[in-house]
Design a protein around this ligand. Sequence first.
Ligand SMILES: [Fe+2]
Length: 399
Amino acid sequence: MSLGEYTLSFPIWVEFGNGKSKRAGEVIDAKGWNSALLVTDQGIRAAGILDGVEASLEAEGIEYDVYDGVEPNPTAEMVHDTLDVLSGGGYDVVVAVGGGSVIDTAKCATLMKTNSGSLADYEVNTPEDVTAGTVENHTHPLITIPTTAGTGSEVDYWAVITAQEREFKMAIGQPPLYPDGPYLGADVSLVDPELTASLPPRQTAATGFDAFSHALENHVAAGAPELVKPYTKHVMGLVPEYLGDAYETGNMEAREQMLFGSHMAGFCENFAGFGAIHSLAEVTGGMYPEIPHGEAIAVFTPPVMRYNLEEYPGRYAEVADAMGSDVSGLSDVEAAHEAVDAVEALIDEVDLPSSLSELDVAEDDLETIAEKSLDTIEIHDNPRDADAADLLEVARDAY
Ligand SMILES: [Fe+2]
């Protein structure tokens, strides 16, 4: 059964449904923009995923160029390369067509187009940084069109960019702090399941598990509002139901459900927060840029759950229930362990790695990973307080 289509409007105008990416030309025309820079990567361009978007721009007489220089785990240098192209062309709007790497690069290039200083000036490491109002001007106009069901970046206020000299993934971002306040994020997002049809199995698994982890961390985060919980529970239920099918067969109903889950989890990120899973995974990814984000996430998820559930078993009992485990008659602690088992089964089902050693992370680096994780914004939202010794214990569990 198809999920149909809908429009969701918060500061970001979101359109969801099959074929919605072909609305790009009409949306640009309606906004009174005349020229566009399409930002993407070479793989997406070669696979023909841009074709429908380009045809829709041509149909409306929108002039455009394509920049396909973005690579996985984008760096500050890639943001500046994209900014150079954007600044050189006088484009009215940027259209980012891709996964999290493309969208985050485009978000940061549009941020730097309208704000001064360097990208690191907009790095967020503490809750105070989030509300500091460092972003003075709204980004250059941006439309995001995701091609993976995982990131949620198309509808959130955050981006992750590696500072190579520090081997550290910077969290860049700002939500709107008052009505019509500037924020880092899209003006419009066109969320089209058809664009995820050709995503290879390994990326389908890794990005899909990332979407699950967003719902999970948003659900158990310190201070997560009740508002997000119907959504996070729904996403934690649909991923175990559909990810295996999307991974094994590429079935379009499963892909549609996964993209719905991914962007709803992205929406929730704007109200809740992440936690130690993302702290540890982002730090590991900064030190080992060849590791895909979703694979690092998979490795850290069960160990972080085991650590957190000791203080918050009730929250993890809700996770087990959301995932479809039979928790009747179980104590919260017992049900919370069922949640860990269900997550491990999901990781196994889609052949994701289950240890840091499988990812060729050196055991000698665990201490550095634990220490650097304390410098991330995500650790502040982890439900259970964690110091470097606690995180080292979690990292050893993940090894
Ligand atoms: Fe993630």
